[in-house]
Write a protein that binds this ligand. Structure first.
Ligand code: KG4
Ligand code: ZN
Length: 339
C-alpha cells in the first residue's frame, strides 16, 4: 500500500509518502517545512502566524513531493493529522487532505498526532511489534505513558499534570537565555556541564502513580537563576546539564515502572524530546539492564520532531484494516485524545 501523509498540527508543515506491507512501513520520501525561525522571534508559536505559514507551505510541499501532479499519484490512502494541536493549523492539513481525497477519489484516514509519534520508532523496522508495548511520548505539548495491547489499542498509564517535558526544556532554556526551541539548546549546553552541579527536584518520583509534573522544576531553576550567587556565565552549562538530568531521570524511572506493571515486550519512544541523546541512551541502557528480553525502539532523529512519515505510518495500520473516514465527516479536533 502507498500512503500519503499530511501533518500540520503545530509549527511544521510536513508531507510524506510511505509504503506499507504486512507489519512493516518504509519511508519513500518526506518533506518538512519548519517554522522554527519565525517562532524563535516570539519565543513560542503564535497560532495565527503558524496557520498562515501552513497555508503558504502546503501546496509547494505537495508539488515537490509528488511532482507536478500531471496525473494523480497511485495512492491507496491519504492519512492526515486530525488532532490534537492548534485548530487553525490542523485545519490547513485537514482541508487539503479532504480536497485531494475528493479530487483523486482516494480513501481518507484520520490520524491522531500522538499515535503518529507512537509509530515513529517502528518506521523501517521489519520485525513485527511485540505486544504488550509501552510508549513514552514526550513532546512540546505532551508527556504520556501509553500501554498498547495491539495495533490501535491504547490505554493511558500516566501523563503530565502540568507542563510537558518539552515545555520544561523550552522554559528553562528561556530562563537561561538559551533561545528557542529550548530542547536542543539545553542538550548542547549540557555537554559542557556537570549534571550533579545543582540538586534539582525529581518531581513525583516518589509517588506510585505513573504521572509526571515538570512545572516545579521550572520554578526551581527560576529561583536558582535569581539567586545573587548564580553567575549565569559561569553556571549556565551546569544548570543545563542538571535540568536535563532531572527530566531524563524521571522519564526513564516512570517508563521502567510502566514496563514492569504491564510486562511489556516492547518499549517505544517518540516525540520531539526523543531527539535528546541523554534520554535515548539512559532509556535504552536501563531497559537493556533490567528487561533484557524487552525490545526498545528509538526513532531516527528525523522522525522525532513533527513529520508526516509517522502520520502515514500510523495511517497505514488503519488503512490495512479499512478504517477510513468519509471526507465530509472529518474535521480538525484540537482536543482529540488518543486515550
Ligand atoms: O514533537 P514536537 O516536534 O512538537 C510537539 O508536538 O510538541 O516536539 C517539540 C519539542 C520542543 O519542546 C523541543 O524543545 C523538544 O521537542 N526537543 C528536544 C530536543 N529536540 C527537540 N528536547 C530535548 N532535547 C532535544 N535534543
Ligand atoms: Zn508532535
Amino acid at each position: 500500500m502507498t500512503i500519503l501523509g499530511i501533518e500540520s498540527s503545530c509549527d511544521e508543515t510536513a508531507v510524506a509518502l510511505v509504503r506499507g506491507s504486512g507489519d512493516t512501513v518504509r519511508e519513500t520520501r518526506s518533506l518538512v517545512a519548519s517554522q522554527a525561525a519565525t517562532h524563535a522571534k516570539t519565543a513560542g508559536v503564535v497560532p495565527e502566524v503558524a496557520a498562515r505559514e501552513h497555508v503558504g507551505a502546503i501546496i509547494p510541499l505537495l508539488d515537490a513531493l509528488l511532482g507536478a501532479w500531471k496525473t494523480p499519484p497511485k495512492l491507496d490512502a491519504i492519512a492526515v493529522t486530525g488532532g490534537p494541536g492548534l485548530f487553525s493549523s490542523l485545519m490547513v492539513g485537514v482541508e487539503t487532505a479532504k480536497a485531494l481525497a475528493f479530487a483523486w477519489d482516494v480513501p481518507l484516514v484520520r490520524v491522531n498526532h500522538i499515535e503518529g509519534h507512537v509509530y515513529s520508532p517502528s518506521i523501517g523496522v521489519q520485525t513485527p511489534l511485540r505486544f504488550p508495548a509501552v510508549a513514552l511520548i514526550v513532546s512540546g505539548g505532551h508527556t504520556e505513558l501509553i500501554a498498547m495491547r495491539g495495533h490501535g489499542q491504547y490505554r493511558l498509564m500516566g501523563r503530565t499534570r502540568d507542563d510537558a517535558a518539552g515545555e520544561a526544556f523550552d522554559k528553562t532554556a528561556h530562563l537561561l537565555g538559551l533561545g528557542y526551541p529550548g530542547g536542543p539548546a539545553i542538550a548542547e549546553s549540557a555537554l559542557a556541564g556537570d549534571p550533579a552541579a545543582f540538586d534539582l527536584p525529581r518531581p513525583m518520583m516518589k509517588e506510585k502513580n505513573l504521572d509526571f509534573s515538570f512545572a516545579g522544576l521550572k520554578t526551581a531553576v527560576l529561583y536558582a537563576v535569581k539567586d545573587v550567587r548564580f553567575d549565569i556565565k559561569v553556571s549556565k552549562n551546569d544548570m543545563a546539564a542538571s535540568v536535563q538530568a532531572a527530566i531524563v531521570e524521571v522519564l526513564v524511572e516512570k517508563t521502567v515502572r510502566a514496563v514492569r506493571a504491564c510486562k511489556a515486550k516492547t518499549v517505544l519512544l517518540g516525540g520531539g524530546v526523543a531527539a535528546n541523546d541523554a534520554l535515548r541512551g539512559a532509556l535504552a541502557g536501563r531497559i537493556a539492564d533490567e528487561f533484557p528480553f524487552t525490545d526498545v525502539r528509538i526513532p531516527k532523529k528525523s522522525h522525532t520532531t513533527d513529520n508526516a512519515v509517522m502520520i502515514a505510518a500510523a495511517g497505514y495500520h488503519h488503512a490495512r484494516r479499512k478504517r477510513f473516514v468519509r471526507p465530509e465527516r472529518i474535521a480538525a479536533d484540537p482536543n482529540w485524545e488518543l486515550v
